[in-house]
Design a protein around this ligand. Structure first.
Ligand code: PLP
Length: 422
């Protein structure tokens, strides 16, 4: 389908929240990196599950319970197919954070010990840092960081240098940085790590919503993402793992549903994927996520990527015209996901976000759960605009106009051109 004349994907009417107005104009939502808005199809799928098919799963013999089973396992099949994975190794978690914790506990506690190292990068979200900090502290292992260079990218030579030390057991890194926007070369990093005998975990929270992702083709051992950023509900995330590793790993959380049998002193574990799904899972949320990936599939992920790349290009070009703006991350849209973080000289990022919100424009400000990266960038916070399938060039224009207005509020001189730095 060709793009609409206004540069949109023509889907905004599918998202009921855009009937709302803020500051007297339709919602300008540029915070999809934090969470996406939901299409009616997702809201309906979740509601109709609760209205018509609600029962607990994997327990009931009656027809309603079997309908709930079919809806939940059907959603798993749909989600697995969306990312080129298989249902048996597609585990539903609460979010990406829980999926990473699962791996850090279940794989980490039995595979990392004194003298070993876990390698993360300076651009990680806290979700992909803190679980590894705890693991390394507890197991007497070393946590090392791959540096981010001046363009906001990782160096494969530096990776090789780390791997050559021979002690790296795990390389954990983002597919797309939630601050820099950088798209990391996942397949290449996974290949090099594998050759060095290291396991890889990829944090795909910012990638799956906006570009085609085929987890098997990427070759990482673990790939995690989160439903609410991918048009799905909150409360459901996904872990894709290598069958071999998942089978060898002990469980993470324990209790009902994840067991095969329980005696007074011992228990044996259920098959994959249920071995890692203790307790009642997020059933209606998984059904909603199934509808979300079906919706994204209908749009076509190549098209979604192209749309977000174009909007990112407009953001980068427009921000370069705002005096005093410093953009972090790679300078060109081709190397980035659909988000741009920036600072405005003389205005705190929180003030930037607050001032543009007076014009009805929603952007995020803060450390974006990446405090170590903020230190590397020499800032305490940035403002961040991030796009989704429902955004259009007019949203970018609204932000840029609001930013020019914000500078006037602070009565800043229109001097220095925007600098692109990492
Ligand atoms: C790169 C990245 N990783 C992980 C997360 C955590 O996602 P969740 O809070 O859904 O677990 C986020 C959310 O902002 C993120 O941007």
């Amino acid at each position: 389908m060709p793009p609409a004349a206004d540069g949109s994907l023509g889907v905004r009417r599918d998202f009921p929240i855009f009937t709302r107005e803020f500051a007297g104009r339709p919602l300008v939502y540029l915070d999809s990196g934090a969470t996406s808005q939901k299409p009616q199809a997702v809201i309906d799928a979740q509601a109709s599950h609760l209205l018509e098919h609600n029962a607990n799963v994997h327990r009931g013999v009656y027809e309603l319970a079997q309908q709930a089973d079919a809806a939940f396992e059907g959603a798993r099949r749909r989600v697995a197919a969306f990312t080129g994975a298989i249902p048996e190794t597609t585990i539903f978690t609460k979010n990406a954070t829980e999926a990473i914790n699962l791996v850090a506990y279940a794989w980490g506690r039995s595979n990392v010990g004194p003298g070993d190292a876990v390698l993360v990068t300076q651009m990680e979200h806290h979700a992909n840092l803190v679980p590894w900090q705890l693991l390394c502290r507890e197991r007497g292992a070393e946590l090392r960081y791959l540096e981010v260079d001046g363009r906001g990218e990782l160096s494969l030579e530096a990776l090789d240098g780390e791997l050559a030390r021979g002690d790296v057991r795990m390389v954990a890194f983002a597919h797309v940085s939630n601050v820099l926007g950088t798209i990391n070369p996942v397949a290449e990093i996974a290949r090099r790590a594998r050759e060095a005998g290291a396991v890889t975990l990829v944090d795909g929270a910012q990638a799956v919503p906006q570009m085609p992702v085929e987890v098997h083709a990427l070759g990482a051992d673990f790939y995690v993402w989160t439903g609410h950023k991918a048009l799905g509900p909150t409360g459901v995330g996904v872990l894709h793992g290598s069958r071999e590793l998942l089978e060898r790993m002990p469980p993470f959380l324990t209790g009902g549903d994840m067991i095969s049998s329980v005696d007074f002193q011992e228990a044996t574990w259920n098959e994959l994927p249920w071995k890692f799904e203790a307790g009642t899972p997020p059933i209606a949320e998984a059904v909603g996520l199934g509808a979300a990936v079906e919706y994204l599939d209908g749009l076509g992920m190549e098209r979604v990527r192209e749309h977000e790349r174009e909007l990112t290009g407009l953001l980068l070009d427009g921000l370069a015209q705002v005096p005093g703006v410093r953009v972090v991350g790679p300078p060109e849209a081709d190397s980035r996901g659909g988000l741009v973080s920036f600072t405005v000289e003389g205005i705190h990022p929180h003030d930037v976000a607050e001032l543009v919100s007076r014009e009805g424009v929603c952007i995020r400000a803060g450390h974006h759960c990446a405090q170590p990266l903020m230190r590397c960038l020499g800032v305490t916070a940035t403002a961040r605009a991030s796009v989704g399938v429902y955004n259009e060039p007019a949203d970018v224009e609204a932000l840029l106009a609001a930013l020019h207005g914000a500078r006037e509020v602070f009565a800043l001189e229109g001097s220095a051109a925007a600098a692109q730095v990492g």
